[in-house]
Design a protein around this ligand. Sequence first.
Ligand SMILES: [Zn+2]
Length: 595
Amino acid sequence: MDQTDKNPQPKDAQLVQTDVASSTSSDTQSQPQKPSVEGVTIQSAQDARINTVKRIKEAMLAQNKLTEKQLKNIEHTIKLHNINFIDYLISQSIVDKDFIGQTVANYYKVSYIDLEANQPPKDLVLKIPKNVTTESRVIFYYLDQSHAVFVTDEPNQPGLKEKLAEYTGGLPVTIAYSLSDDIDVILAHYRKPLITRFNQIIQEQQRVAPEIIDEIIKDAIVFDVSDIHFEPEEKVVLIRFRIDGVLREAGQLPIQYYENILNRLKVQARMRIDEHGASQDGAIRYSVDEESVDIRISIVPTLNGETVALRLLAGNSKNLNFKNLGFNVFDLKTIEKQIHRPFGMIITTGPTGSGKTTTLYAMLKLLNSSDINITTIEDPVEYKLFGVNQIQVNRATHLNFSEGLRTIVRQDPDIILVGEIRDKETAKMAVNAALTGHLLFSTFHANDSATAIPRFIDMGVEPFLLSSTLNTVIAQRLMRTICNACRKSYLVNISDIKKKIPNAEVYFTQPQITLYFGEGCEACNFSGYKGRVALYEILVVSPQIKELIVKNPSSKLIWEQARREGARTLFEDGISKVKNGRSTLEELMRVAEPK
Ligand SMILES: [Zn+2]
């Protein structure tokens, strides 16, 4: 974020150690002490965010969305769990994003524009110089014959309209409000490439390692990166980002700075600095502006030196709802029914990184209420859910899934989530928990929904116990979605589709079909894709399938029966998303195949 150059604080981001004491202190870190008149001259992202939070609190109290006491409780909770205030409000459905936008906009007496849903064209954004855009946090949003619209998260800046009139050829200027997070995403397009910033840091700074780590992690947060990789080569270190499941190079560093960076990361994660020959794992909590992100770090020695993998944990559950996940209305009804059964097992399957845990969490969120006890054992705790007892697997104290599950069952909660069932002991214990009146959620490694059943039996679970406890198996994959800002349609003949999918007429009934693709633009880093959606295959264990599990649990027979009862394959679910323009045929073929 270039505007941080103007921040009176020397740095707005720093690494802090991951423990409870620092997680609370990072929230209460000193705010920039800037001489300012109330509501005027606010030019940093952090200031704008603090102001936004203040306005929302006022509005919620004024509109009786909350009592003072409830607000105090929320403030306590977010501090304790290190959650962003706005994310928390949205995740708990206390208010939605529109309420927040409208509230702040009303305060400023301007309109609210959802910048995420309505991105301005890049050539328009670039009509105003970078320094104006970043200093005033203002984005050129709309222009026609008669007027020009700009959005900012701080509409009260004195002289803003006059300043902007320079770029509209004399047309009247309207100012609207947009949320800070959404503005940051657009502002990020102005950033110089990481390599350029690295060179600047190397030339100008004495503290090269921390500055470089800061830049990398700030980019990772803005671009929704899930993993950061440092891969040493002979002369350089490659920095790679995983975005929407795909790794790509983000920058390179001269190798001579790597050791300092490595040491700094090791210190922050409480690893051994002098260890170069063995793998090490650790955790860091990184704070930037008002937000913080929990990072898992793993260091592995290779022939070229030590590689580092950082995984950024999602942390909050703001996007956890079924609408975002990609369930269609029929599947939603099925899921709603299954999760409200009093006991039994609900399992998600799929390879690593297919969003299994996310789906489980969305289900837990639907069930979460103050009169239900939900307890989890996870590795790692990927999302924090308010009011849920979340236990972290701990190798040092031998607290693994089966040991954790044993302890949890003794406490007799209503609902249990086990991060993963991957050994006999956990499998048997999970079945027992479900049998004794608990609703149990877990993930399981299997290629599709039906093969999960013989795999459970291979793990030593008695077929009759499985048949009486298994409620639902959901197989899933993640598919990249087409960027909203550059989606285009095209017509294609069925004969061309048949080259890729021989039985294409099963999925497409017309000779000519409209499909979609992303042309590539600034918003999607010219990849044509932005974000991901899940494909689902849902197997509900019906009385007929229960019978099969006991008699002849072959995945083929089970799937045939599920088909007769209306189950759809991952590929079929994907086809409907391709037809709707959510994704491309090529992307679907990458993640799933016709069955
Ligand atoms: Zn795009």
